[in-house]
Design a protein around this ligand. Structure first.
Ligand code: MG
Length: 254
């Protein structure tokens, strides 16, 4: 099932994308049993927004060996976690705003996991029970500020620096999916989620030993090699096999 969130006539609803052309409105939220209102409309008539507004976004650093190498280091033995504020989230076709404070803003295409229920201390063997589904993410990063600050809150936390979408795919085996990032149609990252060092069940076990996860919380699983800069007016797309393509344009703050 593909769960989206959309706006039309000023309202904001969750919806189920039933085929590539129709969206059925969800009565309340997508957690637990999904109730439809019965209203259906062409997908082309609505505007998609981020498929979820998380309470928190937890991201994993250096979770592909080839990316750790291109950053000049080794992959850490245990998952390296950091956070992006919920206010960094935007959705399909919403703008990435290039901040005034940075001169080097990079894309990072990533598989995102959306949590479906409140949980803590989840053993890896039971991780599947707390997952709602998966979506595409772009862990946009001000690389110059990341290096300068020594920690990543500012570099990763600007408004619009966490595009998510286009929807949440709930029926998916995430273990070996092609993941590509293009800038203006040119391929920049091309890998597979099979190369994740710390796999999703292990990440959930690790994170939930630290903090309670809430329905809608998002885990970004890390980016493969090929990260690079974005410029104002670029169009960046993250495509993950069997999910879809998340596309955003970079605009100037001024
Ligand atoms: Mg990342």
């Amino acid at each position: 099932m593909r769960i989206a969130r959309f706006t039309k006539d000023g309202g904001l609803s969750f919806g189920v994308v039933e085929d590539d052309a129709t969206i059925a409105t969800v009565a309340a939220h997508p957690f637990g049993e999904i109730q439809l209102t019965g209203e259906r409309q062409p997908l082309a008539d609505v505007r998609l927004t981020a498929p979820i507004l998380p309470n928190k976004v937890i991201a994993i650093g250096k979770n592909y060996a080839d990316h750790a190498k291109e950053m000049g280091g080794e992959a850490p033995d245990e998952p390296l976690i950091f956070m992006k504020p919920s206010t960094s989230v935007v959705g399909q076709r919403e703008a990435i705003v290039y901040p005034r404070l940075s001169e080097r803003v990079d894309y990072e295409g990533e598989l995102a996991v959306v949590i479906g229920r409140l949980c803590r201390d989840v053993p890896a063997a039971r991780a599947q029970e707390v997952i709602l589904g998966y979506t595409c993410a772009n862990d946009v990063t001000a690389r110059d500020l990341q290096k300068k600050d020594g920690q990543w809150t500012r570099a990763k936390g600007f408004d619009t620096f966490c595009p998510l979408g286009p929807w949440i795919e709930t029926e998916l085996d995430p273990s070996d999916l092609a993941i590509t990032t293009t800038v203006n149609g040119e391929t920049r990252q091309n890998s597979s989620t099979a190369k994740l060092i710390h796999r999703i069940p292990e990440l959930i076990e690790h994170i939930t030993q630290v903090m309670t996860l809430l329905p809608g919380d998002v885990i970004l699983t890390g980016t493969p090699e090929g990260v690079g800069p974005l410029q104002v007016d670029d169009e960046v797309s993250v495509t993950i096999e069997n999910i879809g393509t998340l596309t955003n344009r970079v605009i100037s703050r001024d």
